[in-house]
Design a protein around this ligand. Sequence first.
Ligand SMILES: Cc1cc2nc3c(=O)[nH]c(=O)nc-3n(C[C@H](O)[C@H](O)[C@H](O)COP(=O)(O)O)c2cc1C
Length: 225
Amino acid sequence: MDIIEAIKTRKSIRKFKSDPVPKETIRTILEIACRAPSAENTQPWEFVVASGELLDTMRQKNVEKLRNFVAPPEEMAHLMIERPKGSIFRTRQIEIAKKLFELMDIPRQDLQKRAEWLERGFRYFDAPVAIIIVADKTLPIQGTALDVGSVNQNICLAALAYGLHTCIENQGITYADVVREVARIPDSKRLMAAIAIGYPDWEFPANQVQSEREPIDNIVTWCEI
Ligand SMILES: Cc1cc2nc3c(=O)[nH]c(=O)nc-3n(C[C@H](O)[C@H](O)[C@H](O)COP(=O)(O)O)c2cc1C
């Protein structure tokens, strides 16, 4: 698969087959992904790869908190910040949610179905593997986030070469206390991202979703003399 095709093919997958992914394959993907650039080659990323019973425990504990309406810990408060009402960002967010709910046949007023849908993310979309990207807290968040973003995308693209698909997900690190406890991540590390990874279940309606992008002329300013 060439690079342009890979970029165009990648999409978020929200249900995976239960087939296990060989540890060696994940290792190879991470090794390739780490060719990502980083400011002054600081390589701020570190990975915690969860699978098997450990991942199942994480799913279970996340869902338990969600069902009990437990608020995320303070360190994840930024994930709760809503996009301003009426903003283009909010509009895009609503558009993708509408598309997913339509594919999944979830009516707006069906709170039970909506709650079930929400839980999926907290279960890492039933993926056999979840990659948690962490970075040392001594590093400044802005630059680190940019560097981690590069490695994040590289993981998603490299995965395709092995028939694997992904979903980057905030939901997977929302209950940081659960992730820390189960995967034994020390307080000195910041939880940056979770990536669910596995073989996609193409029968699952939401996996057909095609997210929109803003036409390029709306977001480019050409500066010329
Ligand atoms: C930082 C980040 C966090 C995300 N968190 C979630 C999430 O918690 N749940 C989810 O279903 N999708 C999540 N996504 C996936 C986005 O919804 C998705 O990338 C976007 O709708 C564009 O769709 P595409 O990835 O299929 O191109 C996240 C993506 C990023 C980059």
